[in-house]
Design a binder for this molecule. Structure first.
Ligand SMILES: Nc1ncnc2c1ncn2[C@@H]1O[C@H](COP(=O)(O)OP(=O)(O)OP(=O)(O)O)[C@@H](O)[C@H]1O
Length: 300
């Protein structure tokens, strides 16, 4: 489990992460979204103990992270720029990780070669960007750590490899309660992977949601009432947004399909369509009119 309270981390008088709280439950996957410069890498490096926080508390499994080698053995941080020894082969990197991680699983390391299909004898400095990422994930999964901190690991991977990596993460979460925090610029990239998603903007968490709640609970309702009912008020629903398209009203409503259907059914509408929203739409409505530049994350 990862717990962060009141975390502030800055560079030369400028705070890249500001008074941030975050919890990632054991056995869950947290998606950290944010546009360029939002503070994702700063947050993740502080979680991984590479940076010392200026203020606040960062705990992994209840223990402070910074300058705590015992905690670092229980986590793997896979950076957007890998700190590999460039002249090492993949096999030599495996040996290096084996010395660092007590739970290192050599059998798994060998077996995962069939997934990543990169020769053990290849040197790190001869790999492409995407292959480099793959090797990071391969080593990270073989380390069998309790926590994985992944900074844009899917960037540069082709769609088949993305799917494979997601499946491997799912498997570890399900089988051994791996805890994962993973960053990305793109909601769509994370929506089928994460249990929770948070959007970081200018160092602050502007929205955090449970993905299951988001997916099942918000609907777009298009309706037109008959002349005789036009003035009746529709109450008892949590309406996030209202607009009119010609004679049809379009409302965004939080609530189950059934509850919405029941409530509108009482009005005997001439038109009633209850549609699920895409996740991007849900986030946009949830964010309301707040002036955040989230388009890059949501509208791809
Ligand atoms: N070493 C550093 N020294 C000074 N400023 C830094 C340093 N690292 C990051 N910053 C600044 O902190 C802010 C947050 O950067 P960070 O790398 O954490 O964002 P990010 O969300 O990971 O961005 P990206 O998606 O572009 O990788 C940016 O304004 C960046 O310029």
């Amino acid at each position: 489990m990862i717990e962060v309270k009141g975390l502030t981390k800055g560079y030369e008088g400028f705070n890249a992460v500001k008074d941030l709280d975050l919890t990632v439950n054991k056995g869950s996957i947290y998606g950290l979204l944010g546009s360029n410069g939002a503070g994702k890498t700063t947050l993740l490096k502080t979680l991984a103990g590479l940076y010392r926080q200026d203020r606040g508390v960062v705990l992994i499994g209840g223990e402070r992270v910074y300058e705590n080698p015992e905690v670092k053995k229980r986590m793997v941080f896979i950076s957007d720029a890998l700190y590999f020894f460039p002249s090492y082969t993949i096999e030599e990197m495996g040996a290096f990780y084996r010395r660092m991680y007590g739970n290192w699983n050599e059998k798994r390391f060998r077996e995962l070669q069939k997934v990543f299909k990169i020769d053990f004898k290849r040197k790190i400095n001869g790999l492409s960007k995407g292959m480099n990422r793959q090797v990071g994930i391969w080593l990270g999964l073989s380390a069998m750590a309790e926590v994985m901190i992944l900074d844009e690991p899917l960037d540069g991977l082709d769609s088949v490899m993305r799917k494979k990596v997601k499946n491997l993460l799912f498997q570890d979460v399900a089988e051994r309660e791996l805890t994962v925090i993973i960053s990305s610029h793109n909601l769509r990239e994370l929506e089928d992977l994460c249990d929770y998603v948070g959007i970081l903007h200018r160092g602050k968490m502007v929205i955090e949601r449970d993905m299951d709640d988001l997916k099942k609970d918000v609907h777009k309702v298009q309706f037109a009432l008959r002349e005789s009912n036009k003035d009746r008020e529709i109450t008892g629903l949590e309406v996030l947004h209202k607009e009119k398209k010609g004679s049809v009203d379009v409302w965004i409503i939080r609530g189950s399909h059934q509850a919405i259907e029941n409530r509108f059914g009482e009005m005997d509408p001439a038109i009633l369509d209850i549609l699920p929203l895409t996740l991007e739409e849900v986030f946009i409505y949830e964010m309301g009119d707040q002036d955040y530049e989230i388009d890059q994350i949501l509208l791809r």
